[in-house]
Design a protein around this ligand. Structure first.
Ligand code: NAD
Ligand code: IPM
Ligand code: MN
Length: 352
């Protein structure tokens, strides 16, 4: 089959980690006689510098016309003092919205060989395998009105958390469907004791579950309690469905269970082109040093093979190769080892 992939490497360690994921995709496609076509585009700080726009029109056109998008990371300290509208991150937020990728799948799996790398005790993280399903194109990130204005002689800032019933239904449906292929347990996370937005969220998820997914066990949890229970007893979670900002925060917390945020992949799915990116950011503190952990990005490429191209065997082969490398004891710096980004990528290729 022919795979058309847009590569948006972005900033900081983005180009370093995506280079390894691309090498893995190339190897998989070569060995299974698939045709891989990769076209690169600019996003983030790199795009602001080159074109004055964190998501230039050519990049958006490229992304929309591809079968899938592989993205590294966006963000650079140079732009940290600018308002959200002018920052590199805005390019990513616009890309997600334009691609309509409303469902962000963030699996947090603790590899057995890495249990001792989590700051939690091994017996707590042992067997962790949760799938966070984060709503990605709504909520506080996109709600209006928003902005900073002057009121009574002082600045006042507003953001809006808005969800319609249909937006909640489609993300909940995604979570329930994914749970059917797993342990059939969904935890829906909200703040229904305070927010009307969460009241509608809870009502909608409850009704949808009863009507369409009576075979899936549904539990509601308040986000503060969820933050606690994820580190207290991560094994109790199978699929976690939640809104955009709660999902952003909980997924970094879940990353800790796996030993390092460098391990976490993600898939953002909608109706058409899927977007695949590691959960971590551009990591300016280690950019250019060749020590970034590429595994989150390599596993994101595996998710791309599975979700965008239906290549389950190829995806599983990449995941098995990663497990083999981890089992071999090769570790990047974020997991207290000394293997470089390139060494890890090469080891995955060899295991493949
Ligand atoms: P970060 O994820 O970039 O880094 C947090 C810490 O984790 C750093 O110490 C970093 O060195 C380490 N780390 C992250 N990925 C790693 C990897 N693959 N290997 C080894 N260590 C890794 O988060 P941050 O520092 O809060 O943000 C930095 C910039 O990235 C900001 O501009 C932020 O907006 C952006 N960001 C982008 C994305 C994205 O593009 N999806 C996600 C998160 C943050
Ligand atoms: C993530 C990041 C992004 C988000 C930022 C960079 C806009 O933190 O992908 O988790 O908040 O969604
Ligand atoms: Mn985040």
């Amino acid at each position: 089959m022919k795979l058309c992939v847009a590569l948006l490497a972005g900033d900081g360690i983005g180009p370093e980690v995506t280079a390894q994921a691309v090498a893995v995709l190339e190897a998989v496609c070569r060995s299974r006689s698939h045709q891989l076509e990769i076209a690169s585009g600019l996003i983030g700080a790199a795009a602001i510098r080159a074109a004055g726009d964190p998501l230039p029109p050519e990049t958006l056109t490229l992304a929309k016309s591809s079968g899938a998008v592989l993205l590294g990371a966006v963000g650079h300290p140079e732009f940290d003092a600018l308002p959200p509208e002018k920052r590199p991150e805005k390019g990513l937020l616009r890309l997600r919205k334009e691609l309509h990728v409303f469902a962000n799948l963030r699996p947090a799996i603790c590899f057995q060989a890495l249990e001792s790398f989590s700051p939690l005790r091994p017996e707590i993280v042992h067997g962790t395998n949760l799938l966070l399903v984060r709503e990605l194109t709504g909520g506080l990130y996109y709600g209006t009105p928003r902005g900073i204005s002057q009121e009574n002689g002082e600045p006042r800032a507003v953001n809006t958390m808005a969800y319609s019933r249909s937006e909640i239904e489609r993300i909940a449906r995604m979570g329930f469907k994914l749970a059917r292929g797993r342990k059939k347990r969904v935890v829906s996370v909200d703040k229904a004791n305070v927010l009307e937005n969460s009241q509608l969220w809870r009502e909608t998820v409850t009704q949808l579950g009863a009507a369409e997914f009576p075979d899936v066990q549904l539990e509601h949890m308040l986000v503060d309690s969820c933050a606690m229970q994820i580190i207290q007893n991560p094994r109790r979670f199978d699929v976690v469905v939640t809104e955009n900002l709660f999902g952003d925060i909980l997924s970094d917390e879940a990353a800790v269970l796996t030993g390092s945020i460098g391990m976490l992949p993600s898939a953002s799915l909608g109706e058409h082109t899927g977007l695949y990116e590691p959960v971590h950011g551009s990591a300016p503190d280690i950019a250019g040093k060749g020590i970034a952990n590429p595994i989150g990005t390599i596993l994101s490429a595996a998710m791309m093979l599975r979700h965008s191209f239906g290549l389950e065997q190829e995806a599983a082969a990449v995941e098995a190769a990663v497990t083999k490398v981890i089992d071999s004891g090769l570790r990047p710096k974020d997991l207290q080892g000394s293997a470089s980004t390139e060494e890890l990528g090469k080891a995955v290729l060899q295991a493949l």
